[in-house]
Structures are given as C-alpha cells and as structure tokens.
Design a protein around this ligand. Structure first.
Ligand code: ADP
Length: 262
C-alpha cells in the first residue's frame, strides 16, 4: 500500500522530527540530510514535487550555543531557535546543493493559516518555488509563536501545509517505524499498526506514552495531523526517517510504516 501511494503521488510533503534530524552527538545529522536529498532528487527526476517541513532549530541552536542549554526561560528558547534556524537551513542547503538544487526558507505561524491574504501569498510562493525547481523548507517561526516551543506542532503544520499546497501525500518521518499499539520505547513487544482507516478507533485502542528527548509533539500530534490531512483527502504515512535510504525502502516495500487512509 505504501509503495503504491508513493508511486501514485505527484506532490509529496516530507516532515522531519527533531529526534530524526539529531545524530547521536545531539547535532544535526548532515549525513542523513544528504542521503535524503539524494533520494528526493531521484523523486523529482521522476516528475514528483517535494516540500519539506523541518523541525530541529532548537537542536541545531544547542550545538552552537551550548551555554544556553540549561536556560529554561522562554525567550532564551526562542533565541536558541533563532540561532539554530540558520544552522538548520545551512545544513539543508548543503545537502541539496551537492545535487545542484536550491532550498528556500518558509517560516510560518499558526496565525498565518487563519488569514486569507497570508494563505494566498504562502500558496503562491510555494507554487512558484516548486515550479522553479526550488525545495521549500517550512518550519514554525519560533520567534513569534511562543506556544509552539511548549507543545510543539510541526506535525499539524505539515498537515496544514499539505492542504495549502494541495499535496497528494504527507510523509511524517520520526524515530519510530510507525504507530504501535503501545509506545515501543517503553514496551519492546509493542506491535506496529500498518494500516489505519479510522483514527477515532485507533485513539481508543492504542496506548500513547510520553515522548522523549528533543521530540515535542509525540504520537498524539501525528494522529491529529493524519486526521487533518485525511479530512482533505490527503493520505499520510508515518515512518522511520533514520533507516538507510528510507524513501526508496518505503517505495519498494522493504521498509514498513503506518499508512493512514480515508
Ligand atoms: P518527532 O520528533 O519525530 O516529532 P516525537 O518524539 O515527538 O517525534 O514523537 C514520536 C515518539 O512518540 C516516539 O519516539 C515514541 O516514543 C512515542 N510514542 C508514544 N506512544 C506511541 C505509540 N503508540 N506508537 C508509536 N510511538 C509512540
């Protein structure tokens, strides 16, 4: 099912969570970005269009401003993201540049989606960039959206962006292979749910554990995002973004994930 969805989709949004983008040393994993860029370029050569939603500004900021690591004050957290956003974009830019592709930064807030003028501008910019072969990289604008740092919602941001851009498919890359009946990090015997047709059912039947390390949204926001995307007829996939050549592996069926279908 996943292979078929990727094969048929022309416009794909990829969302990367912070845990996926951070390497074991807590820095942005540039090898992962580079490998993904290579696979994204292959998709583009097949006629597909790509938009990325990328978390990780805070992770990237910490590697530059480690003296701010223990500062819990919200303004320091925002300042950290402002520093980190530059590093994050630099990492994405380097990843795509080696294949001759440019990236563009699109910082958005939740409020932007509630304003018809702004949504029109965002949509037009996205279409223009993609038509010109530039890879848009969307992230929450942490400087202005305080609550994002507390609850974190790039999953929903990705779903909203998918709707705005009229995407065919939303792929949420996380540090787990998909949705499990319980948190696999707490319960090693947890079973992967490969196909979801009713998010309502799933919410009743699975256990949602606490998220950890850099992740801020957890599985709840992934379900919300999938539900939102599905309500606009956009299928969603939750998969591990840290597996070797994960896009190809998912497309060939070698890697499993969870697919959310209408
Ligand atoms: P990201 O940074 O990719 O957005 P998060 O850390 O916010 O990811 O959320 C993913 C985490 O949610 C997983 O690493 C996992 O530990 C946790 N989780 C809790 N319950 C579940 C579940 N039922 N199935 C899968 N993951 C779960």
């Amino acid at each position: 099912m996943i292979s078929q969805l990727i094969e048929n989709a022309r416009k794909i949004i990829f969302k990367f969570g912070s845990n996926t983008l951070a390497g074991n040393d807590g820095r942005i994993n540039s090898a992962l970005l580079s490998e993904f860029a290579g696979q994204a370029v292959e998709l583009i050569k097949k006629g597909k269009q790509i938009v990325i939603v990328s978390s990780g500004a805070q992770v990237a900021g910490l590697s530059k401003m480690d003296k701010w690591a223990r500062k819990q004050d919200i303004h320091y957290r925002q300042a950290l993201c402002a520093v980190g956003q530059v590093e994050l974009m630099d990492a994405w830019s380097n990843a795509f540049e080696q294949y001759g592709f440019r990236i563009a930064q699109i910082p958005l807030t939740r409020e932007d989606f509630n304003d018809p003028n702004r949504t029109l501008n965002m949509r037009n910019t996205l279409f223009t960039l993609v038509d010109e072969g530039v890879i848009p990289i969307i992230n929450e604008n942490d400087t202005v959206s305080v609550e994002e740092i507390k609850i974190g919602d790039n999953d929903t941001l990705a779903a909203r962006s998918a709707i705005l851009w009229s995407a065919d498919l939303l792929i949420l890359f996380s540090d787990i292979d998909g949705l499990y009946d319980k948190n696999p990090k707490e319960f090693p015997q947890a079973a992967l749910v490969e196909e979801v047709r009713s998010i309502e059912e799933v919410r009743k039947n699975i256990m949602i554990g606490k998220t950890n390390s850099f992740g801020t949204g957890g599985i709840t926001t992934k379900l919300d995002a999938a539900e939102l995307a599905l309500s606009y007829g956009i299928a969603a996939i939750l998969a591990h973004g840290g597996r070797p050549r994960c896009v190809e592996a998912l497309a060939s069926g070698a890697q499993k994930g969870t697919v959310f279908l209408v």
